[in-house]
Design a protein around this ligand. Structure first.
Ligand SMILES: Cc1cc2nc3c(=O)[nH]c(=O)nc-3n(C[C@H](O)[C@H](O)[C@H](O)COP(=O)(O)O)c2cc1C
Length: 199
């Protein structure tokens, strides 16, 4: 690797079990700040970060475990695994889209109404995804581990209500902590499969 940023990008791995060790408030702030520095469509920064610790975090884990009963395997098992990760991590950061771009997009971009909702919603999702990746990388750079729990989308209405964002859109729930054990993680495809030069 040629520099620290590239090394951090390569080092990031999804981690699902964590040590009991706490994450400092300073580190939580640094991670949130990195997420907030992400690019966003029309600089609308249409994201909200919700930090959960202690009882609130456990209440979210309980909600996920309860809702897992509404699904068949393997989804029920994946939801229970997500709940265990939430319990295991000392801090969880949830990310929701605010809907601000969807609300004001028409004034900003002047696109046809038929295109509007799909375009602005996609722009919000892409902006928040950039924020989530910033968050994951910032955590990695601080020797912290994370996992992006997308499976909670399946119970998004209950999760958003619990987070106090009933009008938002679910993006991610991210347990953050010190890795219990670190593996090499899954293999990545070679670049010659993932990328091509148009000629
Ligand atoms: C949008 C998205 C949703 C994901 N949802 C889950 C999830 O619900 N549960 C989980 O354990 N991992 C989840 N992951 C993590 C992936 O499983 C992981 O990124 C992938 O296996 C590659 O491993 P790596 O992150 O260690 O490179 C998600 C990742 C992304 C980008």
């Amino acid at each position: 690797m040629t520099n620290e940023t590239l090394a951090t990008i390569k080092m990031r791995r999804s981690v699902r079990t964590f040590q009991a060790k706490k994450v400092s408030e300073h580190n939580i702030k640094q991670i949130l700040q990195a997420a907030n520095w992400a690019p966003s469509a029309h600089n609308q920064q249409s994201w909200r970060f919700i930090v959960l610790q202690d009882e609130k975090k456990q209440a979210l884990a309980n909600l996920v475990t309860n809702k897992a009963n509404d699904f068949e395997r393997p989804t029920s098992a994946l939801l229970r695994m997500a709940a265990r990760s939430i319990t295991s991590a000392p801090v969880v950061i949830a990310v929701a889209n605010t809907g601000d771009l969807i609300k004001h997009g028409m004034d900003l971009f002047k696109v046809k109404k038929e295109m509007g909702l799909d375009f602005f919603r996609t722009m919000e999702i892409q902006s928040s995804a950039a924020a989530v990746e910033n968050l994951l990388l910032a955590a990695t750079s601080l020797d912290l581990a994370t996992v992006w729990l997308g499976i909670l989308y399946l119970i998004k209405d209950e999760v958003l209500k619990f987070l106090g964002e009933p009008n938002g859109e679910f993006m991610a729930v991210i347990p953050v902590g010190y890795a219990d054990k670190t593996g090499k993680g899954p293999k990545k495809r070679n670049l010659d499969v993932a990328a091509r030069y148009l000629s």
